[in-house]
Ligand binder design. Sequence first.
Ligand SMILES: *Cc1c(COP(=O)(O)O)cnc(C)c1O
Length: 354
Amino acid sequence: MEYPKIKIDLDKIEHNVKVIVNLCKRNNIEIAGVTKVFCANPEITQAYITGGIAYLADSRVENLIKLKDFNIPKIMLRLPMISEVEKVVEFSDISLNSSVETIKALSEKAIEKGKIHKIILMVDLGDLREGFYDEEELYNTVEEILKLRGIKLIGIGTNLTCYGGVIPDETNLGRLIKVGKIIEKKYNIKLEIISGGNSSNLYLLLKDKNIEGINNLRLGESLVLGRETSYGGKIDDTYDDAFQLITEIIEIKEKPSIPTGEVGMDAFGKVPTFIDKGIRKRIICAIGKQDIELDAIMPIDKGISILGASSDHLILDGTDSERNYKVGDKVSFKLTYAGILRAMTSEYVKKDII
Ligand SMILES: *Cc1c(COP(=O)(O)O)cnc(C)c1O
């Protein structure tokens, strides 16, 4: 095997998915399993499906294309670009939307292809990323798109704790549910899906504060890392190490903790600062900022700390470790969500699925 690599444990992922599917099922919620963090890798996607998710969801058309052979409804998560509507209609069944122009373009393409494309309208409840902020504009849009023959409005949804960090609660989700009821009554239609958001919603279920009326969540981080994302709380009986980064040591030497000579800028144009801890055992691993951010990796060996990195070199302090590392040995790390995303996207990080 070549290094660096990201080791992916499918059994752990499937286990996480099962635990969270059960939690959601008890609250009458179906899960759209979000595949973007692992670039829609088919084997990991299969673990999602075996675990019991109801939909697949991704923010990029390139990833939806990779999912085309899975016979399960697919959701395009990012508001489609008008320039990509043809692919969106071809490779997803449902898309999240907030602009009439785009929905008209989707409808035209769907008619051309003899399909009906399903739409979930996004409502901005205050987090200030995508969605209708103004309710009147939302109702006017519903009226306008109900006339379109290529699309079907099947639900509304929201996204919280993304840009503004707003936490889902009774007040904001209550508003989503109310808006849904107004649309159903005003236009005499049934909305199948009320999609309450992402992994940040799970803290409500964990605290038994589920909000009646939400019947769908789009989950990524909670499935891969076993945590809700409102407060970062761990979900009982899940794994946080299904993805591990494994790097190889290319140098180990005793060196001072402060550079010798006049200090200018580092490789990224910043002036570094140092604390004098005397002579330390410094370990260099063959991976760098091209593949990972330093705050996205956590050494599994508690005796190792991270000193810094340049594009291709990761520098660790191994003085306090109980292990007697040698050049050629491997050092493993847990990853944050951003760390998994970056490592999965880097072509230099090999993927080892077990
Ligand atoms: C990425 C994404 C999600 C999943 O978010 P997690 O916090 O990983 O659960 C849900 N909805 C949309 C629109 C997204 O883009």
